[in-house]
Design a protein around this ligand. Structure first.
Ligand code: 3PG
Length: 305
């Protein structure tokens, strides 16, 4: 079988080597398409692939049409909003993710951006500290749990809300569970987003929630830019000059945020999961899942059931 790693944003070389070992040891062939700049390159590369390993690469109906032999797509990472699941199901293609494999890397970036933000972007001006601050974690999945663990090391007071995780599971992790996302935004100094981009969450973070934050509130987004109502957030930040927004990947309308120097930061390219460790964990997990799928028909981690 031919397994194509199609990554516009490549894995670390060491991770690609690990993937290659897994694939070749099982008697399959590995092909690589990295840093592609045009959709046609992807359409050409998938033509003879039996399996795909991707990251945030868009797997649309058009890509699936071109991937005539493809039986499985593994998104090496958590969020699979970049894959058209209905089209994959219609094409009889199994889609999987690799939950948890890159979550520590994303969680560490939350604190990288936070420390930079509260220390006034290292300009030399006096900043503030994380110790004793109330941190609100919106969604208590793999990343949210890692954020909670690290936050405790900073001596933060940690709260979480998750529509799908029972309160006692949150409390069992030593985190205060709150009743609603409204309460989380109202009571916390900092809110860190860990919700997926779904029909329900897209544009859900806007004026009502962020505007209810206390003076000096900080919003950290290492989830998806799509969950933000950009127009509302930009208008709110113009009005509330105390608010800060730190995000892993620029908003679609980045120009609307440029005026907020000193309280806005966006990574130039989404890099929460961009560590050698996360690439190795997620990439090799993806390779193993493909090997098990072809060997035993294993569909653990399938997301388009
Ligand atoms: C994920 O959903 O796993 C993260 O957002 C990482 O995405 P990436 O692989 O494109 O860096």
């Amino acid at each position: 079988m031919k397994v194509l790693v199609a990554t516009e944003k490549p894995f670390a070389a060491v991770a690609v080597e690990g993937i290659r070992k897994e694939i070749e040891a099982a008697g399959h062939e590995l092909a690589l398409l990295e840093k592609y700049t045009d959709k046609q390159q992807l359409l050409d590369a998938v033509a003879d692939a039996d399996a795909l390993i991707i990251r945030s690469d868009k797997v649309t109906a058009e890509v699936l049409d071109a991937a005539k032999q493809c039986k499985i797509v593994v998104r090496a990472g958590a969020g699979y909003d970049n894959v058209d699941l209905d089209a994959a199901t219609a094409h009889k293609v199994v889609v999987m993710n690799t939950p948890g494999q890159n979550s520590n890397a994303v969680a560490e970036l939350v604190f990288g951006m936070l420390v930079m933000g509260i220390r006034k972007f290292y300009t030399g001006a006096a900043g503030t500290e994380l110790l004793g601050k109330k941190l609100g974690i919106l969604a208590f999945g793999n990343v949210g749990r890692n954020v909670a663990r690290i936050a405790k090391g900073f001596g933060m007071d940690v709260y979480a809300y998750d529509a799908f995780c029972p309160k006692d599971a949150i409390e069992a992790a030593g985190v205060h569970a709150v009743d609603s996302q409204d309460d989380l935004f109202k009571m916390c100094d900092i809110v860190s987003l860990h919700i997926p981009a779904t029909a329900e969450t897209k544009k859900s973070i806007g004026k009502a929630l962020v505007g209810s934050m206390k003076k000096g509130g900080i919003l950290v987004n290492t989830a998806r830019k799509e969950v933000i109502n950009e127009e509302e957030l930009a208008a709110l930040m113009a009005e509330r000059t105390d608010l800060m927004y730190l995000t892993d990947v620029a908003p679609d309308n980045a120009d609307a945020f440029k005026a907020f120097e000193g309280r806005y930061f966006a990574t130039p390219k989404k890099m929460g999961a961009q560590t050698a460790e996360a690439n190795i964990n997620a990439g090799i997990a993806a390779a193993k899942q493909i090997v098990a799928f072809f060997k035993d028909g294993c569909t653990k981690f399938q997301v388009n059931k």
